[in-house]
Design a protein around this ligand. Structure first.
Ligand code: SAH
Ligand code: SF4
Ligand code: F3S
Length: 471
């Protein structure tokens, strides 16, 4: 057994794309004798950062501060920063944090082998190199291991970057323009994921509906589309589910809706950030749709796909947003029966158009107050959505078993998600992680559902009943 291996610890902030990048970075490092370790035992500490809001950026800096102190005790450890803050702040980070050894970006994780070598090479005078490697163009991906986090779900990026330039958003600057991965690469990765025993694949992209638009046309003038890709993945053998995120409202095609409707493995769930319910604000955000168009797409999806869940993102206090305009956001959540929404107070980001609208900034106490009302609306909407599920039978993919030794006796509770992404808890003595189990929903709470496991007999009866109903 190898005992010489060095240990790396990666702290990951931000979205699923960052989580996926971390799995790839760990995989690359595993080829260079770095095993995953804890923060305390690591020889190499990496922070994979997010800069979507000031708060996420600050989190990265405070962690670097902690690691800087650690380095005073353990001078041989190496500290690196990567991800969106690194891509945005570049070499200024080396100046700001004198104990930082390496800065690399979102475009060049496949350059890590060379960077590590340079980092670990001592100069003739005994000093080590401090490196900043940020690229504006993506370094081509190479075949390396991927060390995925354990669980039932595997992230599978299908494209990276964004061409939308919403005025508040830093992502186009930190992740670059849209770049789709090849269909063959994605299919091969999906097959490996299934072979490795994962039960769910989540396809990732800032705007999945743009998949393939950056490819050249083939000899018949065609390009791969997101709908084609979904259909291809749905054909793969095995008992697993497919999810995808994020959809841009007006880019969702009828083909995608039809494909989701007809597929077996693709879950009935769309994440469609609306950002604001007011047309003037949407325009100022450079979102390419209005409230009526958003309504149209939501209605179309709901009409075509039974039990579909539609979730969204909203920003409170975008520069110049009035109280009346904000109320349009509250009413949108209710009118479109959005099942769940992520919310945030507007945070000015460097180099973005909205970040320069300083004379129109909303005072932070007003932003906070609007955010609180927004959260309250989301909470009520979530409960209303969950209440509608009572009496339904959902197939739950078990993610977790909670063994509760409660005052009122031992309880073994299985926790998982329905196809439409609702969290469901149910008592079970036999359910195992990774099982698909039919559960009848009995109770609705704000953020989850409670139900009863159906045995085989019940399931067959329920299925018969459902198919009779459909006839
Ligand atoms: N690609 C996705 C979302 C990416 S960022 C989309 O097109 O919607 C995730 C969410 O962060 C966004 O939907 C937005 O609601 C929020 N966000 C982005 N920039 C922000 C900012 N400057 N302040 C507050 N929230 C922001
Ligand atoms: Fe940001 Fe807009 Fe692109 Fe989403 S679509 S990543 S919000 S610029
Ligand atoms: Fe954050 Fe970058 Fe993702 S800014 S949300 S980690 S793309």
């Amino acid at each position: 057994m190898k005992t010489t291996s060095r240990k790396v610890y990666i702290e990951t902030l931000g979205c699923q794309m960052n989580k996926s990048d971390t799995e790839r970075i760990l995989g690359i490092l595993s080829h260079f004798d770095y095993a995953k370790g804890t923060e305390d035992e690591a020889d190499f500490l990496i922070i994979n950062t997010c800069s979507i809001r000031k708060l996420s950026e600050d989190k990265a800096y405070s962690k670097l501060g902690v690691w800087g102190k650690m380095k005073q005790r353990k001078p041989d450890i190496k500290i690196a920063i990567c991800g969106c803050v690194a891509q945005q702040e570049k070499e200024s980070l080396l100046k700001k944090f004198p104990y930082l050894d390496l800065v690399f970006g979102t475009h060049n994780i496949y350059e890590l082998p060379e960077l590590i070598e340079e980092l670990n090479r001592k100069n003739p005078d005994g000093t080590s190199n401090r490196i900043c490697a940020i690229r504006d163009k993506a370094v081509a991906e190479k075949e390396f291991n991927i060390i995925r986090s354990k669980g039932i779900n595997a992230w599978l990026p299908i494209m990276e970057g964004c061409n939308n330039f919403c005025t508040y958003c830093i992502v186009p600057y930190t992740r670059g323009r849209e770049r789709s991965r090849n269909v063959e690469t994605i299919i091969a990765e999906a097959k490996k994921i299934i072979k490795d025993g994962f039960k769910e694949i989540t396809l990732l992209g800032q705007n999945v509906d743009s998949y393939g638009k950056d490819f050249p046309e083939d000899e018949n003038g065609n390009k791969p589309t997101f709908a084609n890709l979904l259909a291809e993945l749905d054909k793969l053998e095995g008992g697993f589910r497919i999810r995808f995120t994020t959809s841009y409202p007006t880019d969702i095609t009828d083909d995608v809706i039809e494909t989701v409707k007809n597929a077996n493995k693709i879950c009935e769930c769309f994440h469609i950030p609306m950002q604001s319910g007011n047309d003037r604000v949407l325009k100022a955000m450079n979102r390419r749709y209005n409230r009526a168009q958003y309504s149209e797409i939501v209605n179309k999806i709901r009409t075509k796909i039974k039990d579909v869940t539609i979730t969204s993102d909203f920003i409170a206090g975008f520069p110049s947003e009035t109280e009346e305009e904000f109320l349009d956001t509250i009413s949108a959540i209710n009118e479109f029966r959005l099942d769940y929404s992520n919310t945030a107070a507007y945070s000015p980001r460097p180099n973005t158009p909205a970040g320069r609208m300083t004379d129109k900034f909303i005072p932070s106490d007003i932003k906070k107050e609007r955010l609180a009302r927004l959260n309250d609306t989301v909470k009520k909407a979530s409960l209303a959505s969950n209440t509608k599920d009572i009496g339904k039978i959902y197939e739950v993919l078990v993610e977790k078993i909670n063994e509760n030794d409660e005052k009122n006796g031992y309880e073994r509770i299985a926790e998982g998600r329905s196809r439409n992404n609702k969290v469901v808890h149910f008592k079970s003595n036999t359910a195992q992680i990774g099982d698909f189990i039919n559960v009848e929903i009995k109770e609705a709470l704000v953020w989850c559902l409670k139900g009863e496991e159906l045995n085989m007999k019940d399931t067959v009866a329920a299925t018969l009943e459902a198919s009779e109903e459909a006839r």
